[in-house]
Design a protein around this ligand. Structure first.
Ligand code: F0G
Length: 457
């Protein structure tokens, strides 16, 4: 086994901002204690998202340089669509500017008032798009997902018993879509096994319901299947990803993750009539069906990127980097959701700051402190994001867990950057009881976490 090493060297560098503590304090206060309001120029290590934040390769930039920006049928489009068809096998590929545009278009065709979308866990914008059609987004995560500390290999799975019960129960006729999110971002970045996908697909087929993949992290899920699911050791990540796409009736993919792009995505479909319906919406709202809101540069970069993101050497490095950070974090006394996935490390802030009730937002408190102490930006996944509030903006129903996600941009930070993050966290973990929490001063009615404002408790 090759020891961990970044499988690339750095040719162009971007200086990172280093601020004083007083400057960070002023920046966070001006941001209303919401890290989404910070300027990136005030952030030293940005672990807010792994989406559209990666580094491109020299091959991607070379492809972009010779891109074709024709309005219709550009060379870049053909390069892109041939690559995506080869990866996924879908006869209809509809390009979109990012994943959620694909969700909006597919949901408009399949859902509507009274309908239900079932998922292992809908991502937040995915759930919002379902609800915007008037439908219900229902999550059925497997029971193993509830134990954050267990090392079960596939805690991203859907609960097959609950799915079977729902499909044959009174709500069955209202289910219009089963969406499998791989990997399960809302569920701690945990993978979904091929066996679970096969069984879910079979249930859907029996009830005549489309089985769709939200495959934003198709390469990372494939890597974890290769490592953890018996029978897949000898397949390449690309072959495993293809098997997953083969199982499904269609897919929606954000290429801002495993496409190594700054933007982009696509819908892949088998059904001709559904594709025609989606294409009309696409042309009206995203762009013509040979670019869909992407430039030729994007299309060319992505055609390269999807290959690089299933390279086993790249994926092995990515898994090792995530694992290394998780190990360092746990050594520092902060528990993480186990086992660690690839695109992020989820910190158990509720346990670290157990002296703070959910009403004081322990996850958010930890995220703010990582910024104040080290300029590290990351996001809360706890009661600030998911809890129910009363009309005085106090939490009445907390989220099941108080987590913080350290998302890992692709190929951007080196091991010493990750060591730095672990050191900042270790400083916090040495005296957690000194933190006092936050209260909400303003909360918007939908997608609260993006626009909420807070003050120290
Ligand atoms: N599905 C999943 C599982 C995602 O994680 C995301 C985005 C989307 C869909 C939407 O894709 O951003 O291209 O419109 N996740 C980002 C994140 C934003 O930080 O986890 P998009």
């Amino acid at each position: 086994r090759v020891p961990m090493m970044e499988p690339f060297r750095i040719r162009a560098v971007e200086p990172i901002p280093i601020l004083t503590r007083a400057e960070r304090r002023a920046a966070l206060e001006a941001a209303g204690y919401n890290v989404f309001n910070l300027r990136s120029a005030d952030v030293t290590i940005d672990l807010l998202s792994d989406s559209g934040t990666g580094a491109t390769s020299i091959q991607q930039e070379a492809a972009a340089m010779v891109a074709d920006e024709a309005y219709a049928g550009s060379r870049s489009w053909y390069r892109f669509v041939e690559e995506i068809e080869d990866l996924t096998g879908y006869p209809h590929i509809l390009p979109v500017h990012q994943g959620r545009a694909g969700e909006r278009i597919l949901d408009a065709a399949l859902l509507g008032p009274g309908k239900i979308s079932i998922s292992n866990t809908h991502f937040d914008t995915t759930a919002a798009n379902v609800m915007l059609t008037g439908a219900e987004a229902r999550n059925l995560p497997c029971p193993e997902a509830a134990d954050l500390d267990s090392d079960q290999p596939f805690k991203g799975n859907i609960d097959l018993d609950a799915l079977a019960r729902t499909l044959s129960g009174p709500d069955g006729s209202r289910v219009a879509l089963v969406l499998m999110t791989i990997t399960n971002n809302g569920g701690g970045g945990q993978p979904v096994s091929m066996a679970n996908m096969e069984a879910a697909k079979e249930l859907c087929a029996r009830h005549g319901i489309p089985f769709i993949l939200d495959a934003a992290r198709f390469g990372e899920n494939a890597w974890l299947v290769k490592q953890r699911e018996p029978g897949y050791e000898r397949f390449t990540p690309r072959e495993i990803a293809r098997r997953a796409f083969d199982l499904a009736d269609g897919t929606v993919v954000s290429l801002k993750k495993d496409g190594a792009g700054w933007g982009g995505g696509f819908i892949g479909l088998r059904d001709d009539a559904l594709a025609t319906q989606c294409e009309a919406n696409l042309i009206a709202t995203e762009g013509f069906s040979t670019y869909g809101g992407m430039t030729g540069h994007d299309l060319s970069r992505l055609a390269e990127g999807v290959r690089e993101m299933v390279d086993p050497f790249y994926l092995a490095y990515r898994a090792d980097a995530a694992d290394h950070l998780a190990t360092r974090v746990r050594e520092a006394g902060v528990d993480t959701v186990r086992p660690s996935g690839l695109h992020g490390i989820y910190l158990n802030a509720g346990r670290l700051l157990s002296h703070l009730p959910p009403q004081r937002f322990p996850g958010h408190t930890l995220a703010c402190q990582l910024y104040l102490d080290g300029g590290v930006r990351c996001s809360e996944l706890g009661s600030l994001y998911l809890g129910e509030l009363n009309d005085r903006n106090e939490v009445v129903t907390p989220a099941p867990y108080e987590l913080v996600r350290l998302a890992l941009p692709r190929r951007v930070y080196t091991q010493s950057h990750l060591e730095y993050v672990a050191d900042v966290l270790a400083g916090i973990a040495a005296k957690p009881e000194s933190l006092e929490g936050y209260r909400i001063t303003h909360a918007p009615p939908v997608l609260r976490h993006f626009k909420v404002r807070l003050a120290p408790y």
